[in-house]
Design a binder for this molecule. Structure first.
Ligand SMILES: C[S@@+](CC[C@H](N)C(=O)[O-])C[C@H]1O[C@@H](n2cnc3c(N)ncnc32)[C@H](O)[C@@H]1O
Length: 260
């Protein structure tokens, strides 16, 4: 496990820098898990996180956890998955890298297979997942990043952006924490709405409920690449490179590199 550098931290709500005083952070709102050595920066005290919309997100997250437990290789970067290797190649990792929605695994494929001296990965996820992680881990939300402005060389969203209630908020946070010359790399999986459903579903999947207002058991809203381009217009981020890899007749993997 890599140690998190406390000089990188900022309050996820006010963005004030957080300092360490006598082994404690200057804000006492956030807790440190001593056993596994990570901070929890989820700002539970915010009214918004108790709103009906976030209750929907919580139910979607519970469904996600069930899919990660019951079918990890279909839903997460586990082992030497070719598509994750392709995304890593597209990113061309270098420097200090934040992975937003890093997943619950000890290390997702693109981190596990890219341990190099010029790269430091920091991963953030609301799920503590398997501890301790093989990289610097922070528990938190992409909408409330606990980091200083202009800190990271790259920020990644690896099949995580469509799990946000409002991707624009998360993209604007990524824009804040990435350096001026840095980039944001995004993997969006696009699935045709008419894609045939599997003829047989496992029992764990049949037991999932779609929370009211959500589009499916895991996503508040599934969005297309065109929807993504519309979100981007609300962030002033620009696409500097993109690559589309066809998975099958119904699915494609779309990789984007964005700059401020
Ligand atoms: C499909 S998984 C992908 C995990 C990992 N990136 C991978 O590719 O293996 C989606 C991840 O997004 C995370 N996520 C969902 N909502 C989030 C939020 N608001 N902020 C940060 N991460 C979030 C989930 O907890 C989950 O780990």
């Amino acid at each position: 496990m890599n140690k998190l550098n406390k000089d990188w931290l900022a309050c996820p709500i006010t963005k004030e820098e957080l300092h360490e005083e006598n082994g404690k952070l200057s804000s006492s709102k956030y807790s440190f898990n001593d056993k596994n050595g990570y901070w929890n920066f989820i700002p539970d005290s915010l009214d918004e996180l108790n709103s009906p919309l976030w209750k929907v997100w919580n139910k979607l997250q519970d469904n996600g956890v069930s899919s990660y437990k019951n079918s990890p290789t279909n839903n997460l970067g586990v082992g030497p998955r070719k598509d994750f290797m392709q995304f890593a190649e597209f990113c061309n990792f270098d420097g200090l890298i934040l992975d937003v929605g890093v997943g619950p695994q000890k290390a997702p494929t693109h981190i596990e297979y890219n341990e190099k001296p010029n790269i430091t990965f920091v991963g953030l996820d609301p799920l503590p997942g398997e501890q301790p992680r093989a990289f610097s881990f922070v528990q938190g939300l992409g909408e409330y990043l606990p980091f200083k402005d202009n800190l990271f060389d790259q920020v990644l969203f690896v099949t995580s952006l469509d799990h946000f209630i409002d991707p624009v908020v998360a993209l604007n946070e990524a824009k804040r924490v990435v350096k001026k010359e840095g980039s944001i790399c995004i993997w969006l999986g696009e699935k045709d709405k008419n894609a045939p459903k599997p003829s047989v579903s496992p029992d764990w999947y049949k037991a999932l409920q779609i929370p009211e207002g959500a589009e499916d058991p895991f996503h508040y809203r599934r969005f297309s690449v065109n929807d993504f381009r519309i979100f981007l217009s609300e962030t002033n981020l620009r696409i500097v490179e993109e690559k589309v890899l066809i998975v099958d007749e119904w699915r494609k993997n779309c990789f984007f590199r964005l700059k401020k």
